[in-house]
Design a protein around this ligand. Structure first.
Ligand code: PGA
Length: 255
């Protein structure tokens, strides 16, 4: 049984006091034992949020991290720095980084290796553009992103990663993939893991769905057999809606 993860991606939102307030609100909410809860604030407020999460089961994650351990890489943050601040997870290859910052599968692959070497669990994002979906390329696109980003990793390393399927056309748009559309891609990705690695990694890897997840659609998405949680953007910026999504996943975990 895969333990569901509900992860909040705050993106470039919230100032220091709003970050602290949101973290406090989530910490004070209900934390069902069967669900892992992760919050990913901006780099500059990781330390402040880390202090609030101390002693709670809510975990901390970075929104990105660089592949080199240190050196002349202006503006970059290493995986060891994230770990030092208490991060157990790091989002890698998010579509906003792929499309706004030009990240390639090669770069994401280097970051994946660095995260795993540091003991941080990477949440690898993959997802197709609207035109790619409309021209029937969804499967090819997500498979090549996954293959490129996981290159050279062993089956054991792959089993330690989390994958997030986030159709780009559903991110921040209010358009959600239907539970059936999401399930289809998740099942394809799981089959590919079995083919490229082994049955154990395919059974172990948690595949999250992301793209306009909100309290009203979470339960239905999370009820799909291959959807093991959610990566939540907009709806993670308020404690109440994030806690409602967590509660929806508990209902699923209990079923
Ligand atoms: P959204 O973002 O929930 O605001 O669509 C999800 C994400 O980009 O991770």
């Amino acid at each position: 049984m895969r333990r569901p993860i509900i992860a909040g991606n705050w993106k470039m939102n919230l100032d220091r006091s709003d970050s602290i307030e949101l973290a406090r609100g989530v910490v004070q909410g209900t934390h069902p034992a069967g669900v892992e809860i992760v919050m990913c604030p901006t780099f500059v407020y990781l330390d402040a949020v880390s202090g609030i999460l101390e002693g709670s089961p809510v975990k901390l994650g970075g929104q990105d991290g660089y592949q080199e351990p240190n050196g002349a890489f202006t503006g970059a943050i290493s995986m060891a720095m994230l770990a030092d601040l208490g991060c157990e997870y790091v989002i890698l290859g998010h579509s906003e980084r792929r499309h706004c910052m030009g990240e390639t599968n090669d770069l994401v692959n280097g970051k994946m290796k660095a995260a795993l070497a540091t003991g941080i669990t990477p949440i690898l994002c993959v997802g197709e553009l609207l035109e790619e979906r409309e021209s029937g390329q969804t499967q090819a696109v997500v498979e090549s992103q996954m293959d490129g980003s996981l290159a050279d990793l062993s089956a054991e390393q792959v089993a330690q990663t989390v994958i997030a399927y986030e159709p780009v056309w559903a991110i921040g748009t209010g358009k959600t993939a239907t539970p059936e559309q999401a399930q289809e891609v998740h099942a394809d990705l799981r089959k590919l893991l079995a083919k490229r690695y082994n049955a154990q990694s395919s059974d172990t890897v948690r595949i999250l769905y992301g793209g306009s997840v909100k309290p009203s659609n979470a339960a239905e998405l999370l009820s799909q057999p291959d959807i093991d949680g959610a990566l939540v953007g907009g709806a993670s910026l308020q404690a109440e809606s994030f806690l409602q999504i967590i509660a929806a996943s508990t209902a699923e975990a209990a079923n």
